[in-house]
Design a protein around this ligand. Structure first.
Ligand SMILES: [Mn+2]
Length: 337
């Protein structure tokens, strides 16, 4: 595997791969989010303008309802074992734990390229070329930098399709410019996308506010079970399979931590969501504690202020271990700011 460290080099490698490829697949992590999935949609459209057909490979249980308004004309394929693509591009993901069964495509593809902005872990994907820039606010920003001049030369309707998707990558990973990763670079990117014709208020409403009443009732149930530890510095939320079932929702129907960010006195948010009998999805958020380190200790990872992992075992044991890890991390605060 070769690590790439500049955008032009990345673009050259990608073009080299695509020039002689019979089949191209793009994919992102499991539970596709507004960064990985919308960056895939933008890249697919950009490639199609270069005459290259590609498929975005999703899992059979991927929840894509909230992306519908961004998907017009997209070519998606549900992963099936035995599928083969000559070139494989993985976006917003550099970890086997976040790829699920689709890691099979990585084993069989002849040309593999990973483009990501997460802190690398010890479960890095085996690829021919890997571009990771943890200073990039979102994967969409990397795609924009690679193809800025091509985007400027597209017809207005195509520009808007791509700009809409890239704007979603940006507001997904900055939580609509409220996370600590919001800076001059991310706001400049937003301004450039507005110049391409996007309407930020429409996209905000369509992506963040467009929840169903079932989702909001479920959210209410989760929020009403809120627990506080360490004199209110740790906010713990739990979602059971029953809560999801009662509200006719599947596992990742709504991003819960978003709704409790910024609560007075809270330094760390931990959301534990039951996905199976003894399987729990953990999401961590903090502007002070390095939650990536905690996620890594569970075999997960992500970013310093937002990360996650899968936990397996008995709920009460997992919970008490988690709370003690968070308390320990807080004793090191503010040294770890
Ligand atoms: Mn991302």
């Amino acid at each position: 595997m070769k690590n790439l460290n500049n955008i032009q080099e990345l673009k050259d490698i990608l073009n080299g791969f695509l020039n002689a490829s019979k089949s191209v697949a793009i994919m992102t992590h499991t539970e596709p989010d507004g960064d990985g999935f919308c960056a895939s949609l933008a890249l697919q459209r950009l490639l199609s303008y270069q005459g290259i057909d590609s498929e975005i490979i999703i899992d059979a249980d991927s929840q894509l309802e909230r992306f519908k308004f961004l998907m017009e004309g997209a070519k998606l394929s549900i992963f099936e074992s035995g599928n083969y693509y000559e070139t494989l591009i993985v976006l917003d993901c550099n970890s086997y734990t976040l790829l699920g069964n689709r890691d099979e495509l990585l084993r069989t593809a002849r040309k593999r390229l990973v483009i990501d902005h997460h802190i690398p872990t010890d479960k890095e994907l085996d690829s021919d070329y890997t571009f990771v820039d943890i200073t990039e606010v979102c994967t969409g920003s990397i795609i924009y930098k690679m193809f800025k001049s091509e985007i400027n030369n597209l017809p207005p309707a195509e520009q808007r399709f791509i700009a809409n998707n890239l704007y979603i990558t940006l507001i997904n990973d900055t939580n609509n410019f409220t996370n600590s990763n919001t800076d001059a670079k991310s706001l400049s990117l937003a301004a450039e996308l507005v110049d391409l014709g996007i309407v930020p208020s429409d996209l905000y409403k369509a992506f963040f506010l467009n929840n169903t009443t079932s989702q909001m009732k479920y959210l209410g149930e989760v929020l009403s079970g809120m627990e506080l530890y360490n004199e209110g510095q740790i906010l713990f939320l739990y979602s059971s399979l029953d809560m999801q079932k009662r509200n006719h929702l599947s596992t990742n129907a709504i991003s819960v931590p978003r709704f409790v960010q910024g609560i007075k006195g809270v330094e760390v948010i931990a959301f534990l969501r039951q996905d199976d009998k003894e399987a729990y999805n953990l999401s961590l958020r903090s502007d002070t504690v390095d939650v990536n380190a905690i996620a890594v200790s569970y075999g997960g990872g992500g970013h310093r202020s937002a990360s996650g992992a899968m936990l397996y075992g008995e709920l009460e044991e997992l919970k008490s271990d988690l709370i003690s890890k968070l308390k320990q991390a807080l004793t090191e605060f503010p040294n770890n700011v």
